[in-house]
Every structure is written in structure tokens, then in C-alpha cells.
Design a protein around this ligand. Structure first.
Ligand SMILES: *Cc1c(COP(=O)(O)O)cnc(C)c1O
Length: 412
């Protein structure tokens, strides 16, 4: 046979793209801790402890706050297929790639999907969302908070009240934004929210934090009854559900809840990692972490402008943790990104669909929302841009970032 490869030995990268990002070192250490059995008292206590930590991260008192094993998409799918009944009207406002993903998953869940769109680089005014809710009368509003494909952050704070007034369930995908931008699950009236670790939470992909309101849990429970054949009068004509075992939130809730009914085997190392992501966030302080993302995001924004780059989209509605810049005329985008990676060990991202090859996306998230990471990225970008013929002011990026830090209240 061919030679057995050596042990895994990845290059050291500074991951400054839109995610995944470099994990907090303590998260990687936590993930190498010894394994315990599925019902070891340490395991169940760690699950319970992790639930409580994530109540802090989500800013919620929801009992149903837990992890779905799988990447962020696992959380999205678990939430949507559990809350949608076939034929339900679902409203999906689309302002980037991940809105299309929510619409696709809603379709697979046999919903009657209604989308509204704004051009990439914009968000929805609240009044437009309310008008659509009144027109469509959906059972569920599925709305991305931060769409990394465009870097935009949809304001959510007034939407929950509108949903409540119209009897609409409110779900958001906060994968890109949670931990780097304000999020208030209870105060904003969310019925369901999901995320992942590989953005502002500073872990690897593979675990999806989720929180569900009591109303959402009631719907999940009533659906389980229908599936078990204990149909309620109104449900007699319900067509077949899209039934998943792995993403059956009723069963997953029973596994995480006091009954501890066996479902899957909780991914132990991911649980340790997810716990550590929440622990470091709460230890630093939720507001302090959000502020650190704001400060470093503003420094990166000032820096790319200092390099003469044009920022994509409505900057007033940008997420703190990622910026998109137009690739200058004449610069080969993918070749320049490869030079960033190969010569400097720094990864930045391109984008999808209409923005592929048009913009680069540069993130400042989680562990990498740091002064040195921002300055190194800007210094490397300056060199690479110049090599490909762009006219770049000498030290323009680093100087602009430094002065942004200087005028911030807490620059370091
Ligand atoms: C990055 C991102 C995801 C990623 O999903 P994965 O399954 O973890 O790849 C989902 N939603 C949004 C809004 C994102 O930004």
C-alpha cells in the first residue's frame, strides 16, 4: 500500500475570512479533554451546565436552550422542519445567500414559501417586513440576522412584537452575528434562534446552539403527538410531515431534558468546545465581547478604506465582524487571495453568487477580533495589492486602523 501519512500537522493560519475563523486556544484545549460515557454524571452535568451558559449567550430564560450536533445548518434544519407543518405559509425575507438557504429548507419542509428580496448590500426596513407579514399571513417568519454573504445585519429588535401581534412564529439564523453583535432572544421576542461556533463564538464548526421559546416547544410537542397517531381534530387532514429522526427536536429535547431519553450520542468533544466558547464569552462579558468586535471591526473598516478600497453595501447596517471590499480594477481576486494565504498565512474570503470575484470579505471575529490580527492583515493586504499593480498609500491601512483604535475608548 502507499505510505501511511504522518500525524495531522496543519499550517498555522490566521483565518480572517467570513468564517470559519481561528478558534480560541482554550477551545481547542477543551476539545482534547478526555471522553466520558454518555450517561456519566460528569457528561449530563456538563450538558446542563452548557445549557445554562448558552442562556447567557442568547440572553434568554428559555428552558429549551441546547446544542444540535452538526454545523449551523443542522440547527437551521432542526428548527425549521420541527416548526413547519406541510402547507404552512412561511415568509422568508432574502437579503443574501443564507436567506435563499432558509427558503430552500422551508420548501423541503413542504411549506408554502413566500420570499421578498432587497438587493444584496441592503437590509429590510421594518415597515416592509410588517407589510409582507400582513399580506402573506405566514405561520412562520424565517429571517437571517447577519448574512455573511453580504455582511449586512438585519435589525431584529422591533420584529418580534410585530410577529406576536399577527400570531406569527419568529425564527432567526444568527450564525454569523451571535457573539459579535447585540442579540436578545427574549427581549426581541424570538421563538427560535440558531447559530454555529465558527464565527464570532470562536470555535470550530460542528455544533449548533439553539434556543426555543415555550410557544415553539408547544408546537414541537403537539406535532410529535400527531406523528404518533394521537391526532387532534384539526390535524386529521394534515399531509405527511417531513420526518427526520436526527433532527426531531421533540426527541432531542427529551435527551437534553430531565428524562434523558436516549437519542443520538451527544458529540462529547464538540460539547466541550461549545461549552468553552460560551464560557470565554461570558467570562469576558457579553457586552465587552460585542464592544471588542465593534472596535476591531471599525479599525478594519478604517484600514481597508485607508488602503483606498471601496466598501460594499450599506455600511450603516454592516455586521461588526465582517467587511466586504470591492476588488480593485485589474487585481486578480483569487490570485491575490492565494498570495495572502501562501506568503502571509492569512486567509480572507471571496463571496457567493452575484458577488463572487467582485468582493473580498474580511472578518474580525471571536479570537481574531484583535489589534494584532487586524494590523497584520492590513499590512499583508497592502503588499499584495501593490504587487498586483494597485496604487496603495504606503502604510495607509495600518495607519488608518491605528488612528481608529486611538479614537476608540478602548483600543487594545
Ligand atoms: C456561516 C453561516 C452559516 C454556516 O452554516 P454551516 O452549516 O455551519 O456551514 C449559516 N448561516 C449563516 C447566516 C452564516 O453566516
Amino acid at each position: 500500500m502507499t505510505a501511511i501519512p504522518g500525524p495531522i500537522d496543519p499550517p498555522t493560519r490566521l483565518l480572517m475570512g467570513p468564517g470559519p475563523i481561528s478558534a480560541y486556544p482554550s477551545v481547542l484545549r477543551a476539545m482534547s479533554a478526555p471522553l466520558v460515557g454518555q450517561y456519566d454524571p460528569f457528561m449530563t452535568a456538563t450538558m446542563t451546565e452548557t445549557q445554562e451558559l448558552y442562556r447567557g449567550v442568547w440572553s434568554t430564560a428559555n428552558d429549551a436552550t441546547l446544542l444540535i450536533d452538526g454545523t449551523s445548518r443542522a440547527g437551521i434544519e432542526a428548527a425549521m422542519i420541527s416548526l413547519i407543518r406541510p402547507g404552512d405559509r412561511v415568509l422568508v425575507p432574502v437579503f443574501g445567500r443564507f436567506g435563499h438557504l432558509l427558503a430552500e429548507i422551508a420548501e423541503r419542509a413542504l411549506a408554502e414559501v413566500h420570499t421578498i428580496e432587497v438587493p444584496w448590500g441592503q437590509v429590510f426596513p421594518t415597515s416592509v417586513l410588517e407589510d409582507a407579514i400582513v399580506r402573506v399571513r405566514p405561520a412562520l417568519l424565517a429571517l437571517v440576522q447577519g448574512d455573511t454573504s453580504t455582511t449586512m445585519l438585519q435589525p431584529l429588535e422591533d420584529i418580534g412584537e410585530i410577529c406576536a401581534r399577527h400570531g406569527v412564529l419568529f425564527y432567526t439564523d444568527a450564525t454569523a452575528s451571535l457573539g459579535g453583535n447585540a442579540f436578545e432572544a427574549d427581549a426581541w421576542g424570538l421563538d427560535a434562534a440558531t447559530a454555529g461556533l465558527q464565527k464570532c463564538l470562536g470555535g470550530p464548526s460542528g455544533s449548533a446552539p439553539i434556543t426555543l421559546s415555550e410557544r415553539a416547544v408547544e408546537i414541537i410537542r403537539s406535532r410529535a403527538k400527531v406523528e404518533a397517531g394521537i391526532r387532534e381534530p384539526g390535524d386529521v387532514d394534515a399531509p405527511d410531515f417531513v420526518r427526520s429522526n436526527y433532527f426531531d427536536l421533540g426527541m432531542i429535547l427529551d435527551y437534553w431534558g430531565p428524562r434523558r431519553l436516549n437519542h443520538h450520542t451527544e458529540a462529547t468533544s464538540m460539547l466541550y468546545g461549545a461549552r468553552e466558547c460560551a464560557r470565554v464569552l461570558l467570562l469576558e462579558g457579553r457586552d465587552a465581547v460585542i464592544e471588542r468586535h465593534r472596535i476591531n471591526g471599525e479599525a478594519m473598516l478604517a484600514g481597508v478604506r485607508g488602503l483606498g478600497l471601496v466598501v460594499f453595501g450599506d455600511v450603516a447596517h454592516k455586521m461588526s465582524n465582517v467587511v466586504a471590499v470591492e476588488i480593485p480594477e485589474g487585481v486578480p481576486g483569487d490570485v491575490a487571495r492565494a498570495a495572502m494565504l501562501n506568503d502571509f498565512g492569512i486567509e480572507i474570503g471571496t463571496s457567493f453568487g452575484p458577488l463572487h470575484g467582485r468582493v473580498w470579505r474580511i472578518g474580525t471575529m471571536g479570537y481574531n477580533a484583535r489589534t494584532d490580527a487586524v494590523l497584520q492583515t492590513l499590512a499583508a493586504l497592502e503588499t499584495v495589492l501593490r504587487r498586483f499593480g494597485a496604487a496603495v498609500p504606503v502604510a495607509g491601512g495600518v495607519e488608518a486602523a491605528l488612528s481608529a483604535y486611538g479614537s476608540a475608548s478602548d483600543g487594545d
